[in-house]
Design a protein around this ligand. Structure first.
Ligand SMILES: NC(=O)c1ccc[n+]([C@@H]2O[C@H](COP(=O)([O-])OP(=O)(O)OC[C@H]3O[C@@H](n4cnc5c(N)ncnc54)[C@H](OP(=O)(O)O)[C@@H]3O)[C@@H](O)[C@H]2O)c1
Length: 254
């Protein structure tokens, strides 16, 4: 199947490592031009260099903290200029505010929620010009399921993202813009948070593997493929939806 991504232009917020990086890699190999950001300049430079070796299309990267509103807006604006327009906006970064402190709540609100809001506001004019515009937020199954942690800001921020994506989809469908949320369950990749758990608490990790019907965690590539499809022209009829990409980890119907 042709995803129809050749020549498309994508912005990935939080794209130097993990799920964001695997997504960048697939999109670039499919012929997209990419603008990505992350806080660490070294990671951004490394990602840009690696992406330049893959497929056609240009690559732009910048070190940006998505908790900062002005910097987020400036990055999206610069990204659109560098790409010559925009087709895919992907908000992947999280504040990972799993605690319940005021700082956690603020970070979750700023990074998971407001960076998305600010990016969308800056991107809307360019997305309206696209013939295949999509907004994709990376959520979490914590937006619908209680994983046994003390109450915190992570799940609620991801849940707010889902309501916001629906509002975007309803309001801007007339402009040809789709909006969806993809919620991974537990995802393993080298150097990621679950890789740390695997090393530091192998018993707990084994318990999580056992609780997933397929007997293992998902991989970064597996989630990235779902993101790429959903955001691509091939995923055109997915709109205003929440996709549970958890391999059946959350044992519920919807
Ligand atoms: N991994 C999982 O098991 C899992 C499960 C459910 C949901 N998710 C969701 O999937 C998404 C990606 O998770 P991941 O595990 O791939 O994360 P990750 O490995 O920590 O990578 C996050 C990426 O975003 C960047 N980033 C983080 N905070 C940022 C900020 N404030 N400003 C700019 N860039 C920032 C990071 O680079 P810098 O650190 O250099 O900024 C990195 O490139 C998140 O939304 C997460 O909630 C992941």
């Amino acid at each position: 199947m042709n995803l129809g991504l050749n020549g498309k232009r994508a912005i990935i917020l939080g794209g130097s490592r993990g799920i964001g990086w695997y997504t960048a890699e697939i999109l670039k190999a499919e012929g997209c031009s990419i603008a990505l950001c992350a806080r660490g300049a070294e990671g951004v430079n490394e990602a840009v260099t690696k992406l330049q070796e893959l497929g056609d299309g240009s690559v732009y990267g910048d070190a940006v903290d998505l908790a900062e509103g002005d910097a987020t807006r400036a990055f999206v604006k610069a990204g659109i200029e560098r790409l010559g327009g925009l087709d895919l906006l992907i908000h992947n970064a999280s504040g990972f505010g799993v605690g319940g402190s005021e700082d956690d709540w603020r970070r979750s609100f700023d990074v998971d929620m407001m960076a998305g809001v600010r990016a969308v506001e800056e991107a809307l004019p360019a997305l309206k010009e696209s013939d295949s515009a999509s907004i994709t937020f990376i959520g979490s199954m914590a937006s619908k399921y209680y994983f046994g942690r003390p109450p915190g800001s992570y799940g609620p921020a991801k849940a707010a993202m889902r309501a916001y994506a629906n509002e975007l989809a309803q309001a801007y469908g007339k402009d040809g813009i789709r909006a969806n949320v993809i919620s991974p369950g537990a995802v393993w990749f080298p150097g990621g948070s679950w890789d740390n758990v695997k090393k530091e608490n192998p018993k707990f990790y084994a318990g999580v593997e056992k609780a997933i019907p397929l007997g293992r965690l998902g991989t970064g590539e597996e989630i990235a493929r779902i993101i790429a499809f959903t955001a691509s022209p091939a995923g055109m009829w997915l709109n205003a939806t929440h996709i549970a990409a958890d391999g059946g980890q959350v044992a519920a119907v919807d």
